[in-house]
Ligand binder design. Sequence first.
Ligand SMILES: *Cc1c(COP(=O)(O)O)cnc(C)c1O
Length: 215
Amino acid sequence: MISENIKRIKSGIPNHVTLVAVSKYQSLEDTIAVLDAGVYDLGESKVQDFIKKYEVLGDRPRWHFIGHLQKNKVKYLIGKTFLIHSVDSIELIDVIERESKKQGITTDVLLQLNLAREDSKSGILVENLDEVLSIIPGCQFVKVKGLMAMGPFTQNNDKIRKIFVELKRIYDRIKEESVDTAIQMDYLSMGMTDDYTIAIEEGSNMIRVGRKIFS
Ligand SMILES: *Cc1c(COP(=O)(O)O)cnc(C)c1O
């Protein structure tokens, strides 16, 4: 039961951690059940699916876009998302800036890092992060609000923890060094069904949970 799953998850996490219910692949009915259970942060990973749900639910939820984002689809998201978690290139930032400017709207984003360096994952490699950050002060309509990463594909908790510790360290470093108001470290989006407990122990304040809510 969705509402019971949510209750169980919420009772196990601290108040300062935002639970994003990853409603990707879920029916409209099950997505609405999440709202009825009192969780208004929803994560979607396909633009097409998001649009369908947005047409019905509008701005009642806070929409989080968490999937790989193609540049030609950016225009469908602008003005509708609370956060885009999956920003992973300068080219994508340029497009978000341009489309946001067209609509006179600022778009809050997280930069996705590929810390596990897995080819199957998108995300910025750590050695390229400063270059990506350097273009943000030149943007008027894109604000960076934090970082997102996925843990590595492994059952080895030490390896998972190591990645989360590294992400937290980078987050803290940017927080300390950034003097530009367009770069604010408010959200550290890490942790999914299998690893959110470790992520919270290592400083996550936003977890993205799918299977544990919907199964
Ligand atoms: C699917 C997905 C999640 C949720 O994963 P679960 O293991 O189902 O909790 C979280 N983050 C991203 C980026 C995803 O694609």
